[in-house]
Design a protein. Structure first.
Length: 191
């Protein structure tokens, strides 16, 4: 297989710091970069194989985590941002010049509303939470990866200690199901 999983996976996973308090993300423009300031470390950082997330050139997966919406602010060149697909659940804000996605926000009723999706590889700071799992792994087939390569892709994740899922991790799937159940009127004691 000639493709990179993602540089943060291919080059070995670097453990993050539990005390890391956030930092700045930048687009790839040579000048007048869009700057996003995160006042929090990410959670649920993971490799994502979906077709919507921004991926580095040549990579099969993105690395994306979430932060509370109120921990995200645009601190430079906001006028360069544009929403990639206004109909998508996650409103991905990308630089109009270089195309890099800086943050994704959910505006509609959704279990992850209030969380913004970010790519911490766009930061020069060290300490961000390392990838925790790989999600939407089979989705790379829909983007042109050969089905016969999937065992090798999963083996590469396993070799670095990451569990693979064809959706999200069980914890995140439980959150989605809990949200859906509560919306339908089911009430749980002690939540």
């Amino acid at each position: 297989m000639a493709h990179s999983i993602h540089p943060l996976i291919d080059n070995g996973i670097t453990k993050g710091s539990n005390s890391f308090a956030g930092g700045k993300l930048h687009c790839h423009c040579a000048s007048d970069q869009v700057e996003i300031t995160l006042n929090s470390n990410v959670a649920h950082n993971h490799a994502c194989g979906c077709s919507k997330c921004w991926k580095p050139c040549g990579s099969l997966f993105s690395i994306v985590g979430v932060v509370p919406r109120d921990a995200v602010s645009v601190t430079a060149n906001e006028s360069k941002l544009s929403i990639v697909d206004k109909e998508a659940t996650i409103q991905r804000n990308a630089c109009k010049v270089c195309g890099v996605h800086l943050f994704g926000r959910i505006e509609r009723d959704h279990p992850f509303k209030g969380l913004d999706f970010v790519h911490v590889e766009l930061s020069d700071e060290k300490g961000w939470q390392e990838p925790q799992f790989a999600g939407f792994v089979s989705s790379i087939i829909e983007q042109g990866s050969h089905p016969k390569e999937m065992d090798q892709v999963r083996a590469r994740f396993k070799a670095v200690g990451l569990q693979t899922y064809d959706v999200l991790s069980p914890v995140l799937m439980d959150l989605i199901s809990t949200f859906t159940a509560q919306k339908s009127g089911i009430r749980f004691a002690n939540l």
